[in-house]
Write a protein that binds this ligand. Structure first.
Ligand code: ATP
Ligand code: MG
Length: 183
């Protein structure tokens, strides 16, 4: 699954609307310490349904909203939009007609997160499943955080297995089985 563009608005240090255009091939992001490189990758994981504030280096999910500086006031909401290239038709039924579509996550202070796929309101789970079935997503081994390699080496076997399952694209099946067993 290819991504064409990541758009941030009010997310962490990206207070003004910012587009990261992702072209074919390798994309490098360079800049001085604290300029927002890690924030970009966090925005990507966040729009794919990441639910752990700690994975966003925050105490609560609202910490992703621009918190204000001496010159600019804080924002009340943050939004990240991801344009997905769907020419390989990996999206689930119902979203699979178009060559591309947008996934949008928006968080408002005190109101939590809302998601849209191709303009339609969906649940967090729908977005998470879409990426899990395409062998990518917020927990995908394709996204390596700072310090994650040493975590992987020191992980308990059960946790390491989860990473392998995600890479094999079967974590979505496990999630569905777990839900079926609860019913
Ligand atoms: P390094 O090279 O050190 O890894 P980096 O380019 O990865 O740096 P980030 O960690 O992405 O930098 O960005 C950190 C900056 O983002 C800090 O200046 C921090 O104040 C700012 N920041 C984080 N959360 C928010 C927020 N909610 N509101 C405003 N600014 C924020
Ligand atoms: Mg960084």
């Amino acid at each position: 699954m290819r991504f064409d563009r990541l758009r941030l608005n009010g997310f962490k240090s990206f207070v003004d609307p910012t587009d990261l255009v992702i072209r074919e091939g390798l994309t490098g992001v360079v800049g001085p310490n604290g300029c927002g490189k890690s924030n970009l990758l966090e925005a990507l994981r966040w729009v794919m349904g990441e639910n752990r504030p700690t994975a966003m280096r925050g105490d609560g999910m609202e910490d992703v909203i621009f918190a204000g500086t001496t010159r600019r006031s804080a924002r009340g909401h943050a939004e990240v939009s991801l344009s997905v290239d769907n020419r390989d038709r990996l999206a689930p039924a119902g979203f699979n007609e178009a060559d591309s579509f947008d996934i949008v996550r928006r968080i408002t202070r005190d109101a939590g997160s809302a998601y849209k796929i191709a303009g339609r309101d969906v649940r967090a789970r729908d977005v998470q499943m879409l990426f899990a079935d395409a062998s990518t997503g917020a927990h995908s081994p394709a996204l390596v955080r700072q310090g994650q390699i040493s975590e992987l080496i020191n992980a308990k076997p059960r946790n390491r297995r989860r990473i392998l399952e995600e890479a094999a694209g079967i974590s979505g099946l496990y999630a569905r089985r777990h839900e079926a067993e609860l019913k």
